[in-house]
Design a protein around this ligand. Sequence first.
Ligand code: ATP
Ligand code: MG
Length: 227
Amino acid sequence: TDLVDKNGIIVEDLVFSYPNQNPILEEISLTLKPGEQIALLGKTGTGKSTLMENLVGLKQPNSGKIWIQGISLEQKNLFEVRRQIGFGFQEPNDQLFMPTILEDVIFGPCNYGVSPEEATEQAQELLADFGLADVTNRPVHELSGGQKRLAALAAILALNPSILILDEPTNGLDPWWRRHLAEILPELPVQVLLIASHDLNWVRRVTQRAMVLQQGKIRVDMPTEQL
Ligand code: ATP
Ligand code: MG
């Protein structure tokens, strides 16, 4: 329908292989509707991260089509759609590329036209919300794994994405932060929330739908509570 086209994600017959290898993803088709909160599950190495990176345009499928909010990723000018997507890498180091996390959180909004003053103020608030007020100016490599995870999340949320795709967002976090994320993520004003995770108990609290990737295909697609 129209609504799906405008706000959701549609994938049709997606095939992806790494160079000189058999396809990791084989003709995947799926529709993520606006309002949905979806878990992407599957054993280690089945291709969850690969699928997510295809969805956000970081990897090119061999064949098949992807539409995000009605825009085909084959199109050349993806600036508008890209700015709607927040993607949290499995590895926070892939996200944090500035010398300090304060600069990392400021960078995105400034790139999209927010004034440096406003972006800095917002960044400091966000980082404080994530318990990082004391380390905003510390070199990134001096932060703990969990601190980097939270800083990366702050950098993503600073952009107010309407589509949020998180690759194992609880990795490295203690039980308190896991619980806190389970409370705040479902409340975010995003159209689509897609989360890859190995933490079944946690995703049960955050999503309503679960897709299981197995041998290149989505083999299970069911309500999370029935897992
Ligand atoms: P995990 O649960 O461990 O995060 P995953 O489901 O996210 O696993 P992917 O990272 O998508 O799995 O990897 C899928 C498969 O693709 C794995 O077999 C992996 O070895 C392979 N792979 C990943 N990256 C590359 C690469 N750059 N080149 C070649 N093969 C790769
Ligand atoms: Mg992965």
